[in-house]
Every structure is written in C-alpha cells, then in structure tokens.
Design a protein around this ligand. Structure first.
Ligand SMILES: *Cc1c(COP(=O)(O)O)cnc(C)c1O
Length: 434
C-alpha cells in the first residue's frame, strides 16, 4: 500500500477545474469542504480499488456514492455495455431493454406495480412528489430532518423556527412559498409525526422518508418506527413515499421495504439500478402511477429516460445481486469491517460507534453507543473525523469526505481489502489517540 502519496496531478487538475467549474466540482460534497484539503481526481477503478490521476491506489468505500455494489468496472457490466454501444446509445423511442428493467424492478419490489424510469434520484423524487400531489389533490409534503431527497426545491428545506414545523428554504433561490409547502419533522420520532397529522393531516399529500437515513451518515429506523409512519399516513389518506434511491437494492435485494416489511405507496430508486450510469426510477401502486402522462393528467417526461446504455448496466447489476447469497456475503463483509474498526477504537479508548444495514454503514466519533436521531449525529466529533479521514486517505483508504455520509461496501471487497483497511485504521487510531 502506498503512503503519503504524491498528489501533484490532482492538485493541478483542481486548479484547472476551479477556473471553469464552480468550486471545481460538479457536485458539492466532492470538493472536500467537509474535511479540508483538495479533492482527489481519479482516472480508473477496478473492483474495490481506485487509481488517482497521480497513479496512487486506494480501497474505495464510496462506490460512486452507492451505485457500485459490484465494484468498479465489473466484467459483466463492461461486456454488456460494449455490446450495447455497437447497437446504439439512444433512440428516444421504446426499447425491450427498458421493459426488461421495469419488469425486474416490479418483480423484486412487489409494492412497485408500475414504474417509470428517469435519469437521476432527484428527478425520481421530484416526479414522485408531483404525482402524489396530483393523485391526492393536496399540496403539503412531510420530510424528515437530516433526510436528503435530491436537490428538489421543495426538499431543500430545513425546519422553520416557529412552533409549527413548516419549512424554511435551505438554499438561496427557493421561494419561501415553496418551502412552506413542506413540513419538517424529526426522524425516528413517530409521536412528532402523529402530532403534525393531528392538526394538518388532511392537507398532506405525502410523507417522503429514507427508510434507512443515509444522508446524515447512516441511521437505521428504530424498531416499529416505519410501521407507525405507514399507519399514520394510511389513517389520513396521505401517500407514503419510500425514497430508496440509496437503500434500494443496497440493504437487501428488495430494498428497505423488504427488510422492514412495509409497503409504501410510491418508491423512488436510483444509484444501484443504474450500475454507475445515470438512472432513477419511481414506481408504486398502478392506480397512482396511471395518473401519469400520457394516460393521466400528471405531466412527466425525459429525453434520455430509459436510456439503453444505462438500462443495460442496471439489468446486469440486478441480475448479479439476485444470485443466492449475494446480500449475505455483502452484509458479512461489512460486518467484519465494522467489528474490526470498533475493536480497534475500543483498544485505543476512542469514542466511536458504528451502524450497519446490509452493505451500507456509518462510523461515528460519538459518545452515544446507539445512534438514532439527527441530534445525536450532530454531536459527532467532526474535527476528529477530519483527521481520521486524511490519515486513512494517506494510507490508501478512500472514505466519503464528510462526517455525515454513509459508507458503502461492494461485492468486490474481499478479505484482503478488509485486512488492509483495518491495518490502516489501526495506525490511524494510534495517531488519533496521541
Ligand atoms: C442520492 C440520493 C438522492 C438524489 O439522487 P441523485 O441521483 O444524486 O439526484 C435522492 N434521495 C436519496 C435518498 C439519495 O441518497
């Protein structure tokens, strides 16, 4: 493993990038603002490994922020893409490929009776929210503090300061009137949701939730919580949208809804179903989905939606993860990594805790032994995380550059990668302790 790499090329590229791309990046968290320093520019990936522009190698726990459940440059995905390249990359007309992917999604997620393909997770949540409003004839949406649903205007909202939980814009450029259509309530707090519904339930079109919160690090739902959310929404005739853009085909073959045995009305998907190409999807009950254009009055469209290349990659991924034992192995690899990290932290008496659901995990420099709320997440020692991040990076371990992002393990991570990661972590914890 390389140590204290030379990253001169990355630094040069970042200088060039900053001259022509805002902040030098095409998505903000890539910029390393959460950890300090310059982002690493990559030129290739293979299995669990990344190679940067300077030729340094890293074990990757970001996996392109979730999609790469089979690791980088998987042989079957590559072969299928090569084949499709020769047949054409876009037709702007229906193909058998998109039907196959839709059939497969419906088969793996029984709550999804009908599904529309889009190009990103953001597009999926934006469309699902519009559909929920169109279907119910109501305008208010409920989201949870710390959950992320893409950069949709009505979702870039934080809890307002008043007694009510009506949202305030969390970005410039979002009209206050839009933010006020969104209620923000705490995650893993069914009483808070019930209270909101008691006063405003009849105005609420939908509740959108990450069934495992993966954008405030990784916070699993408390036992029974999702069932309560389902019951409350049902009682008031509001739709329940599971945003499984991250958890879908990641925490279990049938997503979080299978793991926790909850049937949402609508589900949004992305990340894994694109196999590293841009795909999103939203689907659910046929009676709701049939409200969409061209057969219904809710408009939704996309020039490249159902793109043959993207759909081809997605099909191969769903095929591979459907093989018996896939999720058991992924879950076991992830558990081995986390147990190793925890025992090292304990050995060095560092306040540290982890969470895991399938192939998705969280690591916290935090006093709380069990993390279940946004407030607890916010009490994490961010300064310590920053040091940990850079110490790991210097030893060739690429973690998400923020204390508030989930980590991902792929099926390409084997015993050797875990061993190397734990060896690096041991040095980190020893240094952190000093
Ligand atoms: C990543 C993510 C999104 C947004 O998807 P993009 O493809 O980045 O637009 C939405 N919801 C959740 C839960 C996500 O993790």
């Amino acid at each position: 493993m390389t140590h204290n790499q030379d990253t001169a090329k990355s630094a040069q590229l970042f200088t060039r990038a900053q001259a022509c791309i805002p902040g030098g990046v095409n998505s903000p968290v890539r910029a390393f603002r959460g950890v300090g320093g310059n982002p690493v520019f990559f030129k290739s990936g293979n299995g669990a490994w990344l190679t940067d522009a300077d030729g340094n190698r890293y074990i990757d726990y970001v996996g392109a922020w979730g999609p790469l459940i089979l690791g980088h440059s998987h042989a079957r995905v590559r072969a299928a893409l090569h084949n499709q390249l020769d047949l054409g990359t876009a037709f702007g007309a229906p193909t058998e490929l998109e039907v196959q992917l839709a059939e497969r999604i419906c088969q793996l997620m029984p709550s999804v009776e009908s599904v529309r393909l889009v190009n990103s997770g953001t597009e999926a949540t934006m469309s699902a929210i519009r559909l929920a409003r169109g279907y119910t004839g109501r305008e208010k949406i409920v989201k949870f503090e710390g959950c992320y649903h893409g950069h949709v205007d009505s979702m870039l909202v934080k809890a307002g300061s008043g007694a009510l939980t009506l949202g305030a814009p969390d970005s410039l450029g979002i009209p206050a009137a839009t933010a006020q259509q969104t209620f923000v309530v705490p995650y893993n707090d069914a009483d808070a949701l019930a209270l909101l519904f008691a006063t405003s339930g009849k105005e609420i079109a939908a509740v959108i939730i990450e069934p495992v919160a993966g954008n405030m690090n990784c916070v699993p739902p408390l036992p029974g919580y999702l069932k309560q959310v389902r019951e409350i929404t049902e009682k008031y005739g509001s739709l329940l949208i599971f945003d499984e853009v991250m958890t879908g085909f990641r925490v279990a073959l049938g997503g979080a809804q299978q793991l926790y045995n909850i049937k949402p009305d609508l589900t949004t998907l992305g990340k894994v179903i694109g196999g590293g190409l841009p795909v999103g999807a939203f689907g659910g009950k046929k009676a709701i989905m049939d409200m969409l254009s061209p057969i219904g009055p809710v408009y939704q469209a996309g020039t490249l939606s159902g793109n043959p290349l993207a759909v081809t990659a997605g099909m191969v991924v769903l095929d591979e993860i459907s093989k018996p034992g896939f999720f058991d192995a992924l879950t076991q690899t992830t558990a081995t990594l986390l147990q190793g990290l925890q025992s090292l932290a304990d050995q060095y008496a560092i306040e540290f805790t982890t969470t895991q659901v399938g192939g998705m995990f969280g690591c916290y420099f935090n006093k709380s032994p069990a993390i279940s709320t946004f407030a607890q997440v916010m009490q994490s020692d961010v300064e310590r995380f920053k040091r940990y991040f850079h110490l790991m990076l210097d030893q060739g371990i690429y973690l998400a550059p923020s204390a508030f992002e989930a980590g991902f393990v792929s099926s390409a991570h084997g015993a050797n990668e875990i061993k190397l990661t734990l060896e690096a972590a041991e040095k980190c914890f020893a240094t952190l302790k000093q």
